[in-house]
Design a protein around this ligand. Structure first.
Ligand code: ADP
Ligand code: K
Ligand code: ZN
Length: 434
């Protein structure tokens, strides 16, 4: 089922024609209304009239998170302030918050894209959508909320926290769709277990998880634990919020980017050069229709690749593969690049290890040290120490074998690692950043 059949199944040629026309219009709007962009265009020696084909995109300057910070709070807005109907701000996972503004049309488009997302995930107007994304300045809660209403479904605006109550309301109301971060999904499952509820017995059938990196191994785990189809949703406040892209439940193989609104590229994060289709690099997005704070070639710092092969769901929009990490998240351990998600995959594939973990990086003299703390699966807690050591050794060995770094793996007691209600903080890099 496709929410907007016409837009979501456009033949590539027609889609590109729409993209070009919107890109040209965007360039004119930012050149006329945003001093920052006018300066950047002049610096790059380009005017809106120079954009004659989509390949001219590479002539345009990049926008970085720092540009939003430098123009804090409203410097990049492209419309008079009275046309802004809502503000959101990023949670500031990496540094100072950035503020974004939406016009009424932006908010309407967002609701449509979220409605498209729900339908791609296999939801419909008869669903009960339990929305445990945080409501507030974070885009997750309200983004999902208005999309669910646009779809015509019943939304339960529970927000994050109060986990015990969430579980009993899911049971009472018969939620069929759950929306939250994958890490909070695990927390909900744990609370259900404690309350003697097997989530597989609930009417729940779809999970829409995002806002933080997760792995296919985590997907399998959540699907098993909840008896659902789990799909990946992606977004960021600078570009809109959730609903920039989502997996279709039909293929569950990469997230369709709503290309009539967003123009994606993959670049080499070091040189800034555009990479050919299929190669892995940093995702860069140009917002084609945003009015409040339109962004040209925004560097997301998220590492992925694009898949232009046709999808069996019938959507023609390109698919982005799972984010392996933010380029800012990548750990360099004794010269070796490691993404936390690689460690997550290994942990989840190890029997006896739970999906609750944290990674602690320190510097000992000149040497980087990594400690991976993993909670033991509850069922093994009473096992002989010898068996537990075997699990530690197995994870340690696999990390060394596959990632090329030595680490110390330590099994810790069930429930000893702090639980998050939104994005989990799993990496503690305590090295001096000097
Ligand atoms: P911040 O975390 O900077 O405060 P946002 O809340 O807008 O800002 O988060 C956006 C970021 O969250 C993305 O750039 C990406 O790194 C991460 N993210 C969102 N969805 C996913 C997903 N499905 N998989 C991996 N990472 C994601
Ligand atoms: K997010
Ligand atoms: Zn598809």
């Amino acid at each position: 089922m496709i929410f907007n059949v016409e837009q979501e199944t456009l033949p590539r040629e027609e889609l590109e024609a729409i993209q070009l026309q919107r890109l040209q219009n965007l360039c004119e709007r930012v050149y006329a209304n945003v001093p920052h962009y006018r300066e950047q265009f002049i610096k790059a020696g380009v005017t809106p009239a120079d954009i004659r084909s989509l390949s001219d995109l590479s002539k345009l300057p990049f926008t970085e998170k720092q540009d939003l910070r430098d123009n804090y709070p409203f410097g990049l807005f492209a419309v008079p302030k009275e046309n802004i109907v809502r503000l959101h701000a990023s949670s500031g996972t990496t540094g100072k918050a950035t503020v974004v503004g939406y016009t009424q049309r932006d908010v309407n488009n967002w609701a449509e894209l979220m409605a498209r997302s729900f339908m791609a995930a296999g939801a419909s107007r008869s669903d009960f959508i339990h929305n445990a994304y945080g409501y507030g300045l974070f885009t997750g809660g309200l983004g999902v909320h208005y999309g669910a209403e646009r779809l015509g479904a019943t939304v339960i605006p529970i927000s994050g926290g109060g986990t015990k109550r969430q579980v009993s309301l899911m049971d009472d109301f018969g939620a069929t769709v759950i929306c939250c971060t994958p890490s909070y999904g695990l927390v909900l499952h744990e609370a259900a277990q404690q309350a003697g509820i097997d989530m597989r017995d609930l009417p729940l059938r779809v999970g829409i998880f995002g806002a933080e990196p997760w792995t296919d191994e985590m997907r399998n785990d959540l699907q098993d634990k909840m008896g659902i189809d789990a799909v990946n949703i992606y977004g960021l406040s600078e570009i809109m919020g959730p609903g920039v892209s989502i997996e279709c439940a039909v293929a569950k193989d990469g997230m369709h980017i709503f290309e009539d609104h967003f123009l994606p590229e993959i670049i080499d994060p070091v040189t800034g050069e555009q990479l050919p289709p299929g190669e892995t690099g940093e995702l860069v997005i140009t917002t084609l229709t945003k009015e409040g704070i339109p962004l040209i070639r925004y560097r997301t710092r998220d590492i992925t690749s694009l898949n232009y092969t046709p999808c069996k769901c019938g959507r023609t929009h390109v698919r982005m593969n799972r984010i392996t990490g933010r380029s800012d998240d990548m750990l360099i351990i004794r010269g070796v690049n490691v993404f936390p998600s690689q460690i997550e995959s290994i942990i989840l594939e190890t029997e006896g290890a739970s999906p609750h973990y944290q990674i602690i990086v320190k510097r000992d003299g000149n040497l980087d040290t990594v400690e991976v703390q993993v909670e033991i699966d509850e069922s093994l807690f009473s096992d002989a120490i010898k068996n537990l050591q075997k699990i530690e050794m197995r994870i340690q060995k696999t990390i060394k074998e596959f990632l090329g770094v030595s680490s110390k793996v330590r099994l810790v007691e069930p429930r000893s690692i702090e639980r998050s209600q939104g994005k989990a903080k799993r990496v503690f890099d305590l090295r001096d950043k000097a």
